[in-house]
Design a protein around this ligand. Structure first.
Ligand code: SAM
Ligand code: SF4
Ligand code: SF4
Length: 361
């Protein structure tokens, strides 16, 4: 174990719910302190994973003795669906299931069916693709709209080094094909780019998926959590990635689909598709951030880089009505001040932030 290892339980701090009085007279219904409205909810359904990606769950921290959450601590499907309905009432139109590896949660299809029953929700899921070939059809049948699949390289040795679980590229590619065949499209492929680790995989990845109808999104390596040993020098800026790809395969910008879209869109000039870049480090997009995150055990976080969350499970299990839970969510959102990526420094990167595998990416 290295000295950067922090017992994760320590980092799961709870914040008291904001009271009416704390909000001040300028608080506007539905908006946070920077005028942002809630639009997306990411729900983590497990903190466990069968990969040990070096930038997310480093093996020296998430080893055999690591204490994952016991089952009794997890939100049940009924609790998740109940909260999802309450969040829908606050303007949430899109729900992404994530983790850990969401497809490791047993009977996930049942949860998807329950969420698909809520009218007007766009339902998506992010997965490492390891069991997607087996599950794609059932996920679609349950009501999932689309998937995002993470894949950090097409090079066998590089990918195995990145996932640190000796998992082969071919099975993820089979999963992507199965998802496309099941109609979970358009598929997005997430590639985290870490300088010195997989930057040589950027061009082959762009080339492989060009013309496939799938959209590769290159993600800057972020200082989420407190265990991945992040350093600014390891970040390959998105501008550099766009330049590298554009030199080989000319690109032009595309307008965002909607305000607050995380990825900046680029399309190939020859009309053979598009890519995205997610520049959380070099071009912060906090001003339009409309996302909230619900952890596996029912803590609500209003920023990916949060140090503490609000205990919604405590409210549910303490007997709160839906109206009371809804009022609490309204106050939490109105009190929100988050803009971590705008204020990131080498010092903030060392803070005890909550882990990505727990909060949900
Ligand atoms: N296990 C699933 C997967 O890998 O797709 C879902 C959870 S994972 C935490 C969600 C996304 O976060 C993945 O695309 C992953 O690559 C990304 N991610 C994890 N750690 C990251 C980091 N330090 N910087 C940037 N992206 C990261
Ligand atoms: Fe698991 Fe996803 Fe984190 Fe990789 S990025 S360790 S697949 S949760
Ligand atoms: Fe949103 Fe926090 Fe990321 Fe800024 S740093 S874009 S507030 S999640």
């Amino acid at each position: 174990m290295t000295d950067r290892v922090i017992p994760i339980a320590d980092a799961r701090r709870t914040k008291p719910l904001p009271s009416e009085g704390e909000l001040g007279s300028s608080a506007r219904a539905g908006e946070d302190t920077l005028g942002r409205r809630l639009h997306d909810l990411r729900i983590s359904v497990t903190d466990r994973c069968n990969f040990r990606c070096i930038y997310c769950m480093p093996r020296d921290v998430f080893g055999p003795d690591y204490a994952f959450l016991p089952k009794s601590e997890l939100l049940s499907f009924e609790e998740i669906a109940r909260l999802a309905r309450v969040f829908k009432g606050h303007g949430v139109e899109k729900i992404r299931l994530t983790g850990g590896e969401p497809l490791l949660r047993r009977n996930l299809e049942r949860l998807i069916e329950m969420l698909a029953d809520i009218p007007g929700l766009d339902l998506t899921l992010t997965t490492n693709g390891s069991v997607l070939s087996k599950k794609a059809r059932a996920l679609k049948a349950a009501g999932l709209n689309r998937v995002t699949v993470s894949l950090d390289s097409l090079d066998e040795a590089v990918f195995r080094r990145m996932n640190d679980a000796d998992f082969p590229v071919s099975e993820v590619l089979t999963g992507i094909d199965a998802a496309a065949a099941a109609g979970l499209a358009p598929i997005k492929i997430n590639m985290v780019v870490k300088r010195g680790a997989n930057e040589d995989s950027v061009i082959p990845m762009a080339r492989y998926f060009k013309g496939s109808g799938h959209i590769v999104r290159f993600i800057e390596y972020m200082d989420v959590g407190a265990t991945n040993g992040w350093r600014m020098d390891d970040v390959l800026p998105s501008a550099e990635i766009v330049r590298m790809i554009g030199e080989k395969m000319p690109l032009e910008t595309v307008e965002p689909n909607y305000t607050g879209e995380v990825a900046e869109r680029w399309r190939y000039r020859d009309g053979s598709g598009e890519i995205g870049v997610i520049s959380s480090v070099t071009q912060a997009f906090c001003r339009t951030c409309t996302r909230a995150r619900l952890s596996t055990e029912g803590m609500l976080y209003t920023c990916l880089f949060a140090m503490a969350g609000y205990d919604l499970r405590g409210l549910l299990r303490g007997g709160s009505s839906d109206q009371e839970t809804s009022d609490a969510i309204a106050r939490i959102w109105q009190a929100r001040t988050d803009r971590y990526s705008e204020i990131r420094t080498a010092e903030t990167a060392k803070l005890r932030k909550i882990e990505m595998s727990y909060i949900g990416g």
